[in-house]
Write a protein that binds this ligand. Structure first.
Ligand code: UDP
Ligand code: MG
Length: 340
């Protein structure tokens, strides 16, 4: 029997072939230095480069590594969710696979955990090697989220954090779709604290978050934690109504006084119509965002589908000590949505 890990590290992987060995090397060095038993849970989020082969080789080399293979790409937040579902440690650290979050910072996270904090998040004091656009939009995003949500979601903080087992269990019980995990962990409560670190450049490769995914992610965060966009329509409605009420006497007076200031009929109507329709369409869009997410919940599809799990099975270790990589018996496991 292998000992149960005290520390689990969860890393989502989407086409990170050149990074995997280095990630393992850096993590192993840091985690070994703690003297605690640990495991690394990598979630292969439908990679189509050589990531799978690299991870498979890792599992063969190091029994502390487990790989959850998705049936396709289900997205970063679902990959992290799967990692948390499969992690067994007392403390679980979520980390990006691309080494932008330095594994050495885990020691600081663990220190706070030992002091009794159950959520220790890592705040980016500086971001290196990212475009001004990414930095600017990220800054804006975190501040917007902070302002319009009711939950206190710390700014400049990604998913790089340590969660105590109690928090992980609470989080795993929340099977909502379109997940914004950093919001969910704030929502849960418990004793939380932050430490700061410098976010590094990617070790290799490109960001897997193109603008399209970033917008989607921001919308998930906003709709998941705020009603503000739904309520903001009332302001637009009040302003337009006020304008109309003011316009009536103005137009009437101009007419009665025989002034030669005229509102040219067609052009004015057209412009106002376009403007007002654009307002209306915008609020349709907002409504649509919420309705689509309700639909996601109602269908109760699983959050992800697992094709197979690669892990070293201690039971199948032969007398010679040759451990085998165990394929999951039932080939498709699903991340359930409903209550257990
Ligand atoms: N990732 C994933 N699925 C995706 C996109 C990204 O599992 O659909 C992983 C990716 O491999 C990385 C982490 O999520 O480990 C963060 O992605 P990335 O570094 O591309 O985002 P950025 O740091 O640029 O915001
Ligand atoms: Mg990154």
């Amino acid at each position: 029997m292998s000992t149960r890990p005290v520390i689990s590290v969860v890393a989502p992987v989407y086409n990170e072939e050149p990074i995997i060995d280095e990630l393992h090397r850096r993590l192993a060095a840091v985690l070994d230095s703690t003297g605690e038993p640990w495991e690394l849970v990598m979630v292969n989020d439908g990679s189509y480069d050589g990531s799978a082969e690299k991870m498979r080789a890792l599992v063969e080399r190091d029994p502390r590594v487990r790989v959850v293979n998705f049936a396709r790409n289900f997205g970063h937040q679902n990959a992290v969710t799967a990692g948390l579902d499969h992690a067994r440690g007392d403390a679980v650290v979520i980390i990006d696979a691309d080494l932008q979050d330095p594994p050495e910072v885990i020691l600081q996270l663990l220190e706070k955990w030992r002091e009794g904090y159950q959520v220790v998040y890592a705040v980016r004091s500086e971001r290196r090697g990212e475009s001004w656009f990414k930095k600017f939009t990220a800054k804006l995003f975190y501040r917007l989220i902070y302002r319009i949500t009711d939950v206190n979601i710390p700014v400049d903080t990604g998913d790089f954090r340590l969660l105590d087992r109690q928090v992980v269990d609470a989080l795993n019980a929340m099977r909502e779709h379109n997940r914004f995990i950093r919001g969910l962990t704030s929502w849960i409560g418990f004793r939380q604290t932050g430490i700061t670190y410098v976010r590094q450049e990617r070790f290799a490769g490109q960001t897997k978050y193109p603008l399209r995914k970033m917008i989607r992610f921001a919308l998930d965060a906003i709709t998941g934690f705020s009603y503000f966009p739904l309520q903001v329509a009332i302001y637009a409605s009040l302003i337009l109504a006020l304008l109309a009420v003011l316009a009536i006497p103005v137009v009437a007076l101009l007419r009665l006084s025989g002034s030669n200031i005229q509102f040219e009929g067609q052009a004015t109507t057209l412009v106002v119509l376009l403007l007002v329709s654009s307002f209306q369409m915008f609020f349709f869009f907002i409504l649509g965002q919420y309705v689509a997410r309700i639909y996601d919940e109602v269908r109760q599809r699983p959050l992800y589908v697992v094709a197979d799990i690669w892990e070293c099975q201690p039971d199948s270790a032969g007398p010679g000590g040759t451990e085998q990589i165990g394929q999951k018996v039932d080939s498709a496991e699903v991340g359930e949505t409903g209550e257990k």
